[in-house]
Design a protein around this ligand. Structure first.
Ligand SMILES: Nc1ncnc2c1ncn2[C@@H]1O[C@H](COP(=O)(O)OP(=O)(O)OP(=O)(O)O)[C@@H](O)[C@H]1O
Ligand SMILES: [Mg+2]
Length: 240
């Protein structure tokens, strides 16, 4: 089985060497738990360290905000975008009902079928092997129709498997549970949960793998930090 290195220190160890190639993983957690940074690191390090091109679909924050935030970690998305090794699809302007003209890739309308066609097209153009979709709740799915939610989430997950990329898709949790809609975890081949927990009057960031098909992962919850060069998982009892 071919394994894909995540680019997140500590995670490959937990995952018995890395992610199964071509899998799709749900990255879930409450607000501010580090989901977007986690996904960005996976994508950026994919290009920088493993020569795997990537596509980031940002539905929550504008591409320009994402670029600026990630530059703080030394990740220069724009540099790789110019080289056609990274693509950012900006889906945020759909809420304004107009295309973000300054972006090379953007979406008009958040129709799930149109989104799937665009992701497919741009993945081919960039020759992407990694994809991030951030986030499912930002797709603006019709909350009254459970059937529609299931169908949309399922179609998205299936497309990612079909095009053969290794992908991270984010969702959010409100308290317990693994997802916003209660369906995302079932259509994903893996689930990783990020959290912020209280420990002796302090808050600690934690991570654990809940599910990863074809993988003998450790059944442990680890602390992690967001450091100047990105996320680091403390797998060896490091002081934090
Ligand atoms: N340069 C940095 N150094 C250290 N910590 C940072 C840095 N930048 C952001 N953070 C921390 O990361 C948190 C946000 O991470 P991120 O945006 O990935 O979370 P998220 O789970 O995607 O949140 P959201 O619910 O807003 O989507 C911030 O609240 C901040 O505490
Ligand atoms: Mg986020």
């Amino acid at each position: 089985m071919e394994r894909v290195k995540t680019g997140i220190p500590g995670l490959d160890e937990i995952l018995d060497g890395g992610l199964p190639k071509g899998t799709n993983v749900l990255i879930t957690g409450g607000t501010g738990t580090g989901k977007s940074i986690f996904c960005s690191q996976f994508l950026y390090k994919g290009v920088e360290d493993y020569n795997q091109n990537g596509v980031f679909v940002t539905l929550e924050e504008r591409a320009e905000d994402l670029r600026r935030e990630m530059l703080k970690f030394g990740w220069d998305f724009a540099k790789y975008e110019k080289e056609n090794r990274l693509g950012i699809i900006d889906g945020t302007s759909t809420k304004l009902r107009k295309r973000t003209v300054k972006e090379k890739y953007s979406l008009i309308g958040l129709d799930i079928d149109a989104l799937i066609i665009e992701i497919n097209r741009i993945c081919r153009e960039i020759n992407a092997e990694r994809v991030v979709i951030d986030s499912i709740p930002s797709l603006g799915l019709n909350l009254d129709s459970e059937k529609e939610i299931r169908r949309s989430v399922y179609r998205l997950a299936t497309l990612l498997l079909e095009i053969g990329v290794t992908s991270f898709v984010t969702t959010e949790t409100l308290g317990e549970g693994f997802s916003r809609y209660g369906v995302e975890e079932f259509v994903s081949r893996g689930v990783i949960k990020l959290d912020i927990v209280e420990k002796e009057n302090k808050f600690v960031r934690t991570i654990y793998v809940r599910k990863m098909r074809e993988t003998n992962f450790t059944m442990e919850k680890y602390p992690f930090g967001i450091e100047s060069d990105g996320i680091k998982i403390y797998t060896r009892g490091e002081v934090f």
